[in-house]
Design a protein. Structure first.
Length: 427
């Protein structure tokens, strides 16, 4: 079961009211006639000409006189961040991760108060500031490891490893007993390395997001950054990842794991349907917990993927808000993508039900409140991109001998930089 200690309690169905935005937040000002054309920016370039038009047509049928156009953006983070600066960024869009929480009101319309939306939606506080919600998740993801379970079984492992040591031993067995690359980092594309920042739930500490920016040394033994980044270092240092990380390819990696040429990737549950679709044996793909237990139990965080928002510069906010509500609550997009439904009370998809059957407990970690925004400020000041890939690419380079240093020296450097910035931000 999903641990309700970390989730919001009540089930609530949302209704879109004809002629007003209604829906997710009744305390907003995005009222008016639902008509006319809107543009929706999306990172899902793979769905722009396939699945997404289906949702647009369903909305247009519900609201005659409307027209929804999707605009796929390949380099979403970079290009949309530039568009935000220019003031022309569509009507509905996914909030780029480059926008800090204290900047949300500069670019997006408030959707309602946290208190009013909490009983209805998961992940409401992830893009909220000063009590207002600015983005609603289009679907949640669980943290964990995508594996080709056939290859792991060929190496003699049929159940998820419970410790980093067991995990490394399993990768060693794959290297010894199969022809597969045990672990694939996707170093060249970079962003997959950021997934190592999505595993805070393994410590089962509901206050970890509050505590994290108050900690001057997250890369000390036993702490979350040491556990996660340390595992990445150990995998690469032991020669258990791809031979030449400079030549990795994200799109090419999908059929590689689907066919068994690669055994393991650290990715969110959003990757499951993509990997299953990339080969002829979808049942070989499974999702396992991160190899670490607290109190004898696996924990995995569920968190919102990108959050949909209404552009502050939109000329048609009523239709934009109505479409956002429809897409999140009625379209079926989350279920189609095997994602955690953003509306509380809707059932988990089969892929995540199977994940639960491994013995993992799904928890939602509350965002920081007292220290809201502080982590972003420390990241910016220290230039340690926790949610990015630059410092982890250097970690991989050190581990494979392409850069000077070792794990302990690099972690000491990171702690020093983090502590200096933390002292400036938290004073």
């Amino acid at each position: 079961m999903i641990n309700r200690r970390h989730l919001f309690g009540m089930t609530a169905a949302l209704a879109l009211l004809a002629g007003c935005t209604g829906g997710a937040g009744d305390d907003t000002e995005q009222s008016g006639e639902i008509t006319g054309a809107i543009t929706v920016l999306t990172n899902r370039t793979d769905l722009v000409d396939t699945a997404l038009p289906k949702y647009a047509k369903a909305f247009e049928a519900k609201h005659p006189g409307t027209k929804v156009s999707f605009e796929g953006v390949t380099n979403y983070e970079g290009d949309v961040t530039t568009q935000l600066s220019g003031g022309d960024y569509g009507d509905v869009l996914l909030i780029p991760n480059t926008v800090t929480v204290d900047q949300l009101s500069q670019f997006f319309e408030p959707l309602g108060s946290v208190d009013s939306l909490k009983p209805k939606f998961r992940f409401t506080d992830e893009k909220a500031y000063d009590g207002q919600v600015y983005g609603l998740s289009v679907g949640g993801v669980a943290s964990g490891v995508v594996v080709n379970k056939r290859i792991w079984a060929d190496a003699g492992i049929t159940a998820p490893p419970k410790t980093p040591e067991e995990f490394l031993a399993g990768l060693q067995a794959i290297k010894a007993k199969t022809k597969a690359t045990p672990f694939y980092t996707n170093y060249k594309d970079g962003w997959p390395l950021s997934i190592f920042n999505s595993e805070r739930s393994i410590l089962d500490d509901p206050a970890i997001n509050e505590k994290f920016p108050a900690d001057p040394a997250p890369w000390q033994p036993g702490k979350i950054q040491y556990l996660t980044d340390g595992l990445l270092y150990d995998i690469v240092h032991a020669g258990l990842s791809e031979k030449d990380p400079l030549t990795t390819n994200w799109e090419g990696s999908k059929p590689m794991i689907a066919s068994g040429k690669v055994a393991t990737m650290l990715l969110g549950s959003w990757a499951i349907p993509q990997m299953k679709a990339a080969g002829s044996a979808p049942d070989d793909i499974a999702f396992w917990p991160f190899p670490y237990q607290t109190g004898g139990k696996f924990y995995s965080s569920i968190q919102g993927d990108y959050k949909a928002a209404v552009a502050k510069t939109s000329k048609n906010k009523a239709t934009a808000r109505a479409f956002l509500d429809f897409f999140v609550t009625e379209s079926g997009f989350a279920a189609d993508q095997q994602a955690v439904p953003p509306v509380i009370g809707q059932p988990l998809p089969k892929a995540l039900q199977d994940f639960q059957n491994t013995g993992v407990e799904l928890i939602e970690l509350p965002a920081a409140t007292t220290n809201a925004g502080k982590e972003d400020l420390i990241i910016k000041d220290s230039e340690i991109d926790l949610g990015g890939n630059i410092y982890r690419q250097k970690l991989v380079d050190i581990a494979r001998g392409a850069a000077k240093g070792d794990k302990e020296s690099y972690f000491a450097e990171l702690n020093k930089r983090w502590a200096a910035s933390q002292a400036r931000v938290m004073k």
